[in-house]
Design a protein around this ligand. Sequence first.
Ligand code: DQA
Length: 140
Amino acid sequence: MKIAIINGPNLNLLGTREPEIYGSLTFEQYLANLKSNFPHVEFFYFQSNVEGELINEIQNCGFGFDGIILNPAGYTHTSVALGDAIAAIDTPVVEVHISNVAAREDFRKISHVSAKCAGTIAGLGLQGYELALEYFIRKS
Ligand code: DQA
């Protein structure tokens, strides 16, 4: 099974970025754990702070993968083009947010990607990525 994890802007700073909201683990540390807990899954990981690079990668992973776990970060709330990219591909996408976006500022309650995704997980910390992975495993 081939799974892509795509993280948007500022998620490269996990571990030091607002740890009271996003926790103190880096994504690399979390991913190393995930890989060792799911040895049969082939992971591809991509992070970018650039909207167009995220779209390119969604397209690249959009036809040969079993699932994409996507945290579009701030672009969730602004990017029509990211939503369009998800609608244009075959691979199902699960949207993940580390924080509970529904409990934060009003602008975070708008998502341009949710309606194009199989589902959304928010507010469960980094565990959300693992739960999204479980969804793809059970579905396969
Ligand atoms: C986030 C929530 C977004 O509102 C925010 O802009 C992020 C991270 C999350 O994982 O909780 O950068 O996607």
